[in-house]
Design a protein around this ligand. Sequence first.
Ligand SMILES: Nc1nc2c(c(=O)[nH]1)N[C@H]1C(S)=C(S)[C@@H](COP(=O)(O)OP(=O)(O)OC[C@H]3O[C@@H](n4cnc5c(=O)[nH]c(N)nc54)[C@H](O)[C@@H]3O)O[C@H]1N2
Ligand SMILES: Nc1nc2c(c(=O)[nH]1)N[C@H]1C(S)=C(S)[C@@H](COP(=O)(O)OP(=O)(O)OC[C@H]3O[C@@H](n4cnc5c(=O)[nH]c(N)nc54)[C@H](O)[C@@H]3O)O[C@H]1N2
Ligand SMILES: [Mo]
Length: 657
Amino acid sequence: MAVRVTGDPGHPPTRGSLCTKVSRYLERTYHPDRVLTPLRRIGRKGLGKFEPVSWDRALEEIAQRLGAIAARDPQAIVPYSYAGTMGLVQGEAMAQRFFNRLGASRLDRTICASAGGEALQYTLGGRIGTDLEQFENSRQIVFWGTNAVASNLHLWSRAQEAKRRGARLIAIDPYRSLTADRCHEHIALLPGTDGALALGIMHVLIREGWLDRDYIEHHTLGFEALAERALGYDPQRVATICGIGAATIERLAHDYWHVRPTAIRLNYGMQRARGGGNAVRAIACLPALAGHWRDPAGGLLLSSSDAFEVDHAALTRPDLLAGRTPRTINMSAIGEALARAQPRIEALVVYNSNPVAVAPQSSRVAEGFARSDLFTVVLEHFLTDTADYADMVLPATTQLEHLDVHKSYGHLYIVANNPAIEPLGQCLPNSEIFRRLAWRMGLTDDCFAETDEQIAAKAFVRCGAAPYDWERVRREGWQRLEVPPVYAPFASGNFPTPSGRCEFFSPRLAQMGLDPVPDYVAPYEGHASAPDLARRFPLAIISPPARNFLNSTFVNVQSLRDTESEPRLDIHPQDAAARGIGEGDWVEVFNDRGSFTLRARVSDRPRPGVVVALSIWWKKLTADGKNANEVTHQLLTDLGRAATFYDCLVEVRRVVR
Ligand SMILES: Nc1nc2c(c(=O)[nH]1)N[C@H]1C(S)=C(S)[C@@H](COP(=O)(O)OP(=O)(O)OC[C@H]3O[C@@H](n4cnc5c(=O)[nH]c(N)nc54)[C@H](O)[C@@H]3O)O[C@H]1N2
Ligand SMILES: Nc1nc2c(c(=O)[nH]1)N[C@H]1C(S)=C(S)[C@@H](COP(=O)(O)OP(=O)(O)OC[C@H]3O[C@@H](n4cnc5c(=O)[nH]c(N)nc54)[C@H](O)[C@@H]3O)O[C@H]1N2
Ligand SMILES: [Mo]
C-alpha cells in the first residue's frame, strides 16, 4: 500500500514541491469509486449503468466488434486520447501501434497546444525556449496568458525568487488571476487580442529604434516585412482593439527594451482564440527584435518539448500502416465528426481523455457519444462523463501502479515513473490493455510482445548530447538533458528553422498560401468582428482550469472539490448590476449553442465585458449536469487547427433554483 506522495528535493526544477492536486494523488488512487473490473453497459448510453464482466469476456467482445468493423473499413474505428497521462509508454506507444496496424483513422491531437506549437515551429523552428531554472535571474518577467500560480507552480516559484531580487512581474490577462494578483502590473486586455498587442509593442520598438540590430541582421529573417506590418499597428489603434490605454503599450515597449534581461512566460491563454497561432508568432518575434535571447534569463518559454528527442517511430511504429493513409479526425471537432464524418465513425476507443467534459460544444459531443450505432470503449480510472456513454469500460492503472518514462514541456529533465504498488483490483496499464487486445485480434507482430521496460528503453533517441540510458534514468529517477548548465538556446542564433534564423517572415507559410508575416487575426466572436452576435450575446466567456483540478482530472476527489466548492461565474460588478445579479445568485450562461447554470461571484477580477468560469467541472457533479463547454464552439485556430475555447460570446441572466 502506498502511504505518502512526496517530491524529491534533489530534483532541480521542482525542488521537491508538489502542487496541491498531486499531493492528493493517494486519494485519487485509493478512491472508493475507482473502476476495478471491466464493465459492460446495461442501461441507456449516458446513464452510467454497468455490470462487471471478466477481462476474457470484455476483450473477446471488443475484438469481435472491432474486427468486424475493420474487415469493412478500419477507418470507421477512431482513437480518442490526450493528456490523462503524458507518459511515453502509457500514452501513445502500444496504443498507436495497435491503431496503425489496424489502419484506423488517425487523430489530430489539437485540443491543447497545437496552435502555439505550430506558431513556434514556423518562427523559432520548434518548441524550445528559456530554461525554467533561469527565470530567477530575470529582471522582468511577463506572464502572458498564463496563470502560473495555478498551472505552473515550479516556474512561479522561480519568479518569486526573481521578485525577491527586485524583478518586475507583469501579467497580461483579461482576468485578474491568482498570478495577476501577485504581479506588479496587470494588463487586462480583451480576450483574443494579444496579436495586436504584440504588434503594437513592435511598432514602438521600431519607431524608437529600440532594436538589437546586430542580432536582427545575423539571426533573423524578414525584418523589413515585419516592420511594414507593425507600421499599421500604432498604439492608438492597438489600444482600441485591445481595450487598454495607448500609454500602457508605450510603457510596455519602453520597459521591454530597457529592462534586461526580460523573459516572457507565454502560455495558452491567447492560443484558444481564432488568431491564437498568429498571436504566438507575433509574441515569439519580440525577443529576437530586442536581443533578449542573448541572456540565459531572457527570451521566452512556451514549451520545452522539442528539446527532447523522442523516438516516435520506435514508439508508435507508423510503418505498421504499410503504405495506407487513413483519414485524420480532429479531436477538437469530435462532435461534428461523430455527426457527419464519412465514412461514418462506427467505433471509438477513448483513453487518457474525457471528451464529453472537455471537448467544445459539449451537447454535440454528448449527442455523438449517445448514437446507438456507435461502439465505444473507454479505458479509465473512474466513471467519468465520457465513460458513462461507453459500451465497455476497461479499468486502467494510475501512475502509482504502472511503469513509464516522461519528457517535460516546461523543464529539461527526463523522468522515470517507477511503479510503487501492484495494480489495484483487475486494473491493467493502457499498454497491457492494447497488447492483449492486439493478441486477441490475432495481430502477431513482434512489437506487441514488447514489455513496458523495453518500450521505455527506446523512448528517446538521445539525452541531449549524451546517449539515452533508461537504466540510469530508472535508477536515479530523473536526468537532465545533456545541455549546457547555463542554457541559452538562441544566444547566437542557431534556430532550428530551415534558414537557421528566427523567421519573422516564414517562407514555409508563404508556400502554403498563408500569411507569411504575423498579423492580428480577430476572434470569431468579438464585438468588432461579430457585431450582430455581440448585440445578442455581449459578454466574452473564458473557462481556464481551476487551481485544484487538472482539466477534468481530480474533480471527483472530495478534498479538492471541497476547496473549489462549486462551479462559479466571476462577473464584474457593472455587468452584474446591469442584469440584476447579486453575489451568490444562480445565473444561467447561454448562447445559441447551449447553456449552463452556476452561482455568480461578483468581483472586479474579470474586466467588464468578460465573465470567467474556472473549469473543467464534471458535468454530472454540477447542479444542472452541464459545464462551460456547453457554450463553446468547434471552430479552429488560424494555425494548428486547435480548439478556440476562449473565443466565445454569451449572455448571462439571473435564475431562481
Ligand atoms: N492546476 C492546474 N495546472 C495545470 C492544468 C490544470 O488544469 N490545472 N492544466 C495543464 C494544462 S493541460 C495546460 S495546457 C496548462 C495551461 O496553462 P496556462 O496556459 O498557463 O493556463 P492557465 O493557468 O489557465 O492560464 C491561462 C490564463 O490565460 C487567460 N486568458 C484567457 N484568454 C486570454 C487571452 O485571450 N489573452 C490572454 N493574454 N490571456 C487570456 C486566462 O484568464 C488564464 O488566467 O496548464 C497545465 N497545468
Ligand atoms: N472549456 C475548456 N475546455 C478545455 C480547456 C479549457 O481551458 N477550457 N482546456 C483544454 C486543455 S488545455 C486540455 S489539455 C484538455 C484536456 O482534456 P483531457 O486530455 O481529456 O484531460 P482530462 O480532463 O484531465 O481527462 C483525462 C482523463 O484520463 C484519465 N487518465 C489519467 N491517467 C490515465 C491512464 O494512465 N490511463 C487511462 N486509461 N486513463 C487515464 C483520467 O482519469 C481522466 O478522466 O481539455 C481542454 N478543454
Ligand atoms: Mo492542456
